[in-house]
Design a protein around this ligand. Structure first.
Ligand code: ZN
Length: 321
C-alpha cells in the first residue's frame, strides 16, 4: 500500500474549505440503484457486487489490446513524468501537493461572466473557476431546475496559492490546508450552497446527492469516508472529475483516493456510462524514463495524471450495445 494511503487514517480529520457551514443530518451515501454505469475489468469479467477486490481475475497488465477491435487504428503516445501531475483526476490532499501547472488555463472570473452563471447566484462576485467546470455546473443547475430545484449558490471556487496561504494563516491548521494542498487551488472544485439554508438541509443538497455524479462531479468528502480523505464531512464541497469516472466512483462508493488506488491495482477496467463504453487504463510512468500508451488515431481519449506516479488513459470505445 502506498505510504500516503497508509498514513491517512492516522491523520486528524480536518476541514478543507476553511470554514464550517453546518453540522450534518443527512447521510452522504446516495442510492446507487438505477446507476447508468456498468464496470467490468479489462478481461471482460463482470463484477458481481460492485466492491473492489472481488474480481476473480485481474485486468490485463497492459490493457493495450483490450477493446482494440473497436478502433481501426491505434497510435503510440509517449507519456512523461510531467503528465502524472496534470489532468482532471489529479489527487490533491494533505500528502499530495498540486503542481501549479495543473491549474487549468481557463480560470475565469464568474462575476464577470453572466453567460456562465445563469440560474444560480454567487456568494461573492470575485469567485473564480475553470470555465469548463463552470459550463458543466451550469448544465447541472439547468437539469436541477427542470426538477424544480432552483436555489443554488457557489460560495467558493478557485483560490490562488496566495489566497490559500492567507486563509491558512487566518483559519489555522484545523480549518484550512496550506497553499498547494487544497483542491480549491486546482480550479476544479467548488463549494455549493443553497440560498434557502444549510446545503445539507436543502432541496439543492438532496438533489446533488442523487445527481451530481451524472454531470462529472463528486462529493469529495463524504461523511463515511473521513478516515480515507482525512477531511471531515463537507456536504458543500464538490470536485469535477468528469465522465465516466464520476459515475464509476458513485457505483463503487469510492472517493478519489480509493478510485485511483483501484485503477492502479486493476490496471485496466472497461466501463459503460450513458451509452458509451470506455476503456480506462492506469499506466505507471517512471520518473526518469517515461513510457508509452496506445490510443486510437481517430477516436476520443483523455489523459490524466493521478499526481502519484501514474497516468490514466481513458478511451471511448464504440457505442455500447
Ligand atoms: Zn471546499
Amino acid at each position: 500500500m502506498k505510504r500516503w494511503l497508509a498514513l491517512l487514517p492516522a491523520l486528524a480529520i480536518l476541514s478543507s474549505c476553511g470554514f464550517r457551514e453546518s453540522t450534518s443530518r443527512i447521510d452522504a451515501g446516495a442510492s446507487l440503484s438505477g446507476s447508468p454505469v456498468r464496470v467490468t475489468n479489462g478481461a471482460g469479467h463482470s463484477e458481481t457486487n460492485g466492491k473492489p477486490g472481488t474480481v476473480e481475475k485481474p485486468g490485463r497488465s497492459t490493457g493495450q489490446t483490450v477493446g482494440a477491435e473497436q478502433a481501426s487504428e491505434w497510435k503510440t503516445l509517449e507519456l512523461t513524468e510531467e503528465m502524472t501531475h496534470l489532468g482532471e483526476l489529479v489527487l490533491v490532499n494533505r500528502d499530495r501537493e498540486l503542481w501549479p501547472e495543473a491549474v487549468p488555463g481557463d480560470i475565469v472570473d464568474l462575476g464577470e461572466r453572466e453567460d456562465l452563471t445563469s440560474g444560480y447566484s454567487l456568494l461573492d462576485p470575485s469567485i473564480e473557476l475553470s470555465e469548463q467546470v463552470a459550463l458543466r455546473f451550469g448544465e447541472m443547475v439547468e437539469a436541477a431546475s427542470s426538477d424544480g430545484v432552483r436555489h443554488f449558490r457557489i460560495s467558493s471556487g478557485y483560490r490562488s496559492f496566495d489566497e490559500q496561504e492567507e486563509l491558512y494563516e487566518e483559519k489555522g491548521d484545523d480549518y484550512a490546508l496550506p497553499a498547494g494542498y487544497s483542491e480549491h487551488n486546482l480550479g476544479l472544485s467548488l463549494d455549493i450552497g443553497s440560498t434557502q439554508g444549510p446545503i445539507d438541509d436543502s432541496a439543492e443538497g438532496s438533489w446533488l446527492k442523487k445527481r451530481a455524479w451524472d454531470y462529472g462531479f463528486v462529493l469529495r468528502y463524504p461523511k463515511d469516508k473521513s478516515s480515507v480523505t482525512g477531511i471531515q464531512y463537507e456536504p458543500w464541497h464538490f470536485r469535477y472529475v468528469g465522465l465516466p469516472h464520476s459515475l464509476i466512483m458513485k457505483k463503487k462508493d469510492f472517493v478519489l483516493e480509493e478510485y485511483l488506488a483501484y485503477l492502479k491495482e486493476k490496471r485496466t477496467i472497461v466501463a459503460e456510462a450513458k451509452g458509451t463504453r470506455y476503456r480506462i487504463t492506469y499506466v505507471p510512468v517512471p520518473a526518469t524514463d517515461g513510457t508509452a500508451a496506445e490510443v486510437p488515431v481517430n477516436g476520443d481519449y483523455t489523459l490524466s495524471g493521478d499526481n502519484a506516479g501514474g497516468v490514466i488513459v481513458t478511451v471511448s470505445l464504440k457505442e455500447a450495445a
